[in-house]
Design a protein around this ligand. Structure first.
Ligand SMILES: NC(=O)c1ccc[n+]([C@@H]2O[C@H](COP(=O)([O-])OP(=O)(O)OC[C@H]3O[C@@H](n4cnc5c(N)ncnc54)[C@H](OP(=O)(O)O)[C@@H]3O)[C@@H](O)[C@H]2O)c1
Length: 259
């Protein structure tokens, strides 16, 4: 996609992958509307990026976000990137912890879609940022997060089917471990994460990527004809292997948690 002159909505633009996306898209000639809750961070970014970046302060978990996004009119591309993690082991889950992750990672994406869809035209793209953990939930301390990203991935398949004949493209991008504020937001200092028996050779998504690397993969994916993309090629192979083993009745991650 030649970004020159394109209008792009990026949610979660106040830090990490979204901020990198906004900067790169503006550098490539796009006009970007960046959404997040932290006004100071968005305005600091607006000062750096200039007139091609418009900050919109909005909590995407709130249903009022739908009207806020509707009022922004047409975008050639919408990147629903906002989200966050949490730390809770699967056996400790309760309704509150599960609902919090659904609000952060599913409702925020749903509200973004509902707000932008009325203005969508043939040829437009909706990009959703999922996670490798939505495909292989190998980190059990992210239990509620894993479930929310898996739910998002499932919903996206339906949205893609419904929008296919309207010529509106729906793409899922699944990053692995990326150096952003995600870890500090998701991991309260009081909680010690359990260890896993894994190394980054066996589990490529554990290799840290920069937010710029991930943002560039997302932008490249917009111009591809792929429905789903991993930010590391070897991660895609790992996922394929995981599901091949699962179809043979073996869950490759069942033994990973150290006692
Ligand atoms: N970092 C990783 O290792 C990793 C791996 C796989 C997937 N991901 C996914 O990548 C996406 C971006 O995360 P990141 O790593 O860049 O983390 P980050 O630096 O913490 O950025 C998260 C962004 O989402 C925004 N956000 C969160 N809740 C929001 C809400 N209710 N309304 C509006 N904006 C909201 C945050 O802005 P405010 O706080 O200002 O609202 C921030 O701009 C997330 O969907 C995450 O799940 C990250």
């Amino acid at each position: 996609m030649n970004l020159t002159g394109k209008r792009i909505l990026i949610t979660g633009a106040s830090s990490g992958i979204g901020e990198a996306l906004a900067r790169i898209a503006v550098e490539q000639g796009a006009s970007v509307v960046g959404v997040a809750r932290r006004e100071d961070r968005l305005h600091a970014l607006a000062e750096r990026l200039g007139r091609q970046f418009t900050p919109v302060v909005c909590d995407l978990e709130d249903t009022t976000a739908v009207d806020t996004i509707k009022s922004l009119k047409h975008f050639d591309c919408v990147i629903a990137n906002a989200g966050r993690g949490s730390t809770i082991m699967p056996l400790d889950l309760n309704l509150e912890s599960l609902e919090a992750m659904m609000r952060a990672n599913v409702y925020s994406a749903l509200h973004t879609l509902q707000g932008a869809l009325p203005s969508a035209q043939r040829g437009d793209s909706f990009v959703f940022v999922g996670s490798i953990l939505g495909r292989i939930p190998y980190a059990p301390w992210r239990s509620a997060y894993n479930a929310s990203k898996a739910a998002l991935a499932a919903l996206i398949v339906g949205w893609r089917q419904e929008l296919y004949r309207r010529g509106v493209r729906v793409l899922l991008v699944n990053p692995g471990l990326t150096k952003t504020e995600f870890q500090s937001t998701a991991n309260p200092e009081s909680i010690t994460l359990p260890n896993l028996h894994l190394d980054s050779t066996e589990f490529p998504s554990m290799k840290l990527q920069t937010s710029d690397e991930v943002a560039l993969t997302i932008i490249k994916a917009i111009e591809s004809d792929r429905d789903e993309v991993y930010t590391r090629e070897e991660t895609a192979r790992w996922v394929a292997n995981y599901y091949r083993e699962l179809s043979d009745g073996r869950d490759l991650v069942r033994h990973l948690l150290e006692p």
